[in-house]
Design a protein around this ligand. Structure first.
Ligand code: F0G
Length: 355
């Protein structure tokens, strides 16, 4: 059997590459679409629920789909270094793919607001990490300024190749289901991913690979919901640090995806995010990071308000964008954890085990 070689090879004819493009890959993509029967029962009897478990990408998030494209094109252009602003996952991915390409990477992060797992990734891959006194939006402004003046490749989702790679998530969903889902739930931060999925779905439809398009259902965290509020949020705040963004770069494109698909962009509270995060983990065995659970939190919210009125069974996909191990602190904080220390004998152990 030939080994799977990543999203550029699998979807080459939809990707902006030529035979001269060096393909820098860690064999990203091909992530599972998992049916969650126990949780779908909590949502609605009209829903068939699938999660796209993007935590299983090489660096543990969906960013790898876009990064393989962006870094391949950077190398093709002869660039010797990359830079990004990040709430953590982009920097982990940029650092890993830059190493793979043999070029340098610089990352600018909001000081104090990135999960430890993500920071450890950027560091172990040898990126130069710069923490700014400010949030993600400030960090992104700094990155833009650097790239205006110096020959360093910007690998945030403002880079169109990131979007091109990330659209492969939509292709996989359609390939696995054999058709488009009816609804696509997704967390929204800088709004690159909702833009990419919508581009993927519309391109696949144009190519005759699917008949209908899904409704795009984007969810921001309530403390960082500029698109929902219709204005930038100066001091975004949420425990879902990955989407702690007050002025998304792809704002208008997210609105276009919503309006063209007949979907919504709404928000979920931190409490709703944590409830969804824990349900995925302790009812279905799926460990994602808090920001990822915003998609399922959105679905729970819409199930509760009897949003799904269609008569037929609906296929619903929630994208779970990043792995739970990215943010172990949050996992420990969200359960009532006190270590149970016992003497090393059977009697003491059996006092604790349910009989
Ligand atoms: N989920 C996770 C786990 C993320 O890391 C991000 C974005 C999103 C959702 C939102 O995706 O920005 O395309 O709307 N993380 C970026 C980063 C901002 O720097 O890692 P988006």
């Amino acid at each position: 059997m030939e080994q799977y070689k990543g999203i550029i090879e699998r979807y080459r004819k939809f990707m902006p590459v030529t035979s001269r493009t060096p393909v820098i890959t860690l064999h990203e993509g091909n992530t599972p679409l998992i049916r969650l029967k126990r949780l779908e029962a909590l949502v609605s009897d009209r829903v068939e629920l699938y999660v796209k478990y993007e935590g299983l990408n090489p660096t543990g998030s969906f960013k790898d789909r876009g990064m393989t494209m962006a870094i391949s094109k950077a190398v093709e252009k002869g660039m010797k270094a990359t830079i990004c602003a990040s709430t953590g996952n982009t920097s982990a991915s940029a650092a890993a793919y830059s190493v793979r390409a043999g070029i340098k990477s610089y990352v600018i992060i909001p000081n104090g607001y990135i999960a430890l797992g993500k920071l450890s990734q950027a560091l172990i891959h040898g990126a130069k990490v710069i923490a700014v006194e400010g949030n993600f939006d400030v960090a992104l402004e700094m990155v833009k300024k650097v790239c205006e003046k110096y020959p360093i490749e910007l690998v945030n989702s403002l880079n169109p190749y990131r979007i091109e790679g990330q659209k492969s998530g939509a292709f996989e969903i359609v390939d696995f289901l054999g058709e488009s889902p009816d609804y696509h739930f997704i967390p929204v931060g800088n709004a690159g991913n909702i833009t990419a999925y919508w581009k993927g779905y519309t391109e696949y439809k144009k190519a005759g690979m699917m008949k209908k398009l899904p409704k795009m259902m984007g969810f921001q965290a309530a403390g960082s919901a500029p698109i929902v509020l219709g204005k930038p949020v100066e001091n975004p705040d949420t425990i879902a640090t990955a989407i702690r963004i007050g002025n998304p770069a792809s704002w208008q494109k997210a609105i276009d995806a919503r309006d063209e698909s007949g979907g919504v962009i709404d928000m979920v509270t931190d409490a709703e995010i944590i409830t969804a995060y824990k349900l995925l983990a302790d009812r279905e065995g799926i460990f994602c990071e808090p920001a990822s659970a915003a998609s399922f939190a959105g679905l729970l919210k819409y199930g509760k308000k009897k949003f799904f009125r269609e008569k037929k069974k609906l296929k619903v996909v929630c994208v779970l964008t990043g792995h739970g191990l990215k943010d172990p602190d949050r996992a420990i904080k969200s359960v009532d954890f006190k270590p149970i220390v016992v003497k090393p004998d059977l009697k003491s152990i059996m006092k604790i085990i349910d009989k």
